[in-house]
Structures are given as structure tokens and as C-alpha cells.
Design a protein around this ligand. Structure first.
Ligand code: SF4
Ligand code: SF4
Length: 77
């Protein structure tokens, strides 16, 4: 299973993405000041993903921008 790799592509140290909720509107790509977010953009399979997780600053603009609730803050415990 390619489990670990998949997980890396939907999270940063601060936020995680639920691809099942993503409507592929791409608003988060424009909202992210650090260019952390990319696209999976096949006709039959479209959602955001994290392509540059290390650059994430935790600004949470993606969480606020996503009207579908696909981006979520990772709560530190
Ligand atoms: S803003 Fe939300 S619904 Fe739109 S592409 Fe980003 S994660 Fe998906
Ligand atoms: S928290 Fe900020 S820097 Fe990190 S992915 Fe979201 S918008 Fe980009």
C-alpha cells in the first residue's frame, strides 16, 4: 500500500485536506500565499492536494477560503 505517500500529499504540519469534500473550485490555490497547494486535475478525478508542505506557514487562509470545508486545521495536542 502506498499509504504514507498519499497522506503526505494531503497534509502540512498545520492543515489537512479531505479530498472527498473538495469540489475542485481551486480557490485555495489562489488563497495560499506560500504556493503549498496544487491540483489533481483529471477529468474523472479532480481535487486539491499539498505539493509543497514544508512551505506552509499555518496562516489558515486555505481553511477560511474553502467553502466546502475540505481544509481543516490540525490541532496540536
Ligand atoms: S477551496 Fe476547497 S473545494 Fe476549492 S479546490 Fe480548495 S480544497 Fe477544494
Ligand atoms: S495554512 Fe496558509 S500557507 Fe498553509 S496551505 Fe493553508 S493557505 Fe497555504
Amino acid at each position: 500500500m502506498k499509504h504514507n505517500k498519499s497522506i503526505e500529499r494531503i497534509r502540512t504540519p498545520y492543515v489537512w485536506l479531505n479530498p472527498r469534500k473538495c469540489k475542485a473550485c481551486w480557490a485555495c490555490l489562489d488563497a495560499c500565499p506560500s504556493k503549498v497547494i496544487g491540483k489533481v486535475s483529471f477529468l474523472w478525478h479532480r481535487h486539491a492536494l499539498t505539493v509543497n508542505s514544508g512551505a506552509c506557514t499555518g496562516c489558515l487562509k486555505c481553511v477560511k477560503t474553502c467553502s466546502a470545508g475540505a481544509f481543516n486545521k490540525i490541532s496540536k495536542t
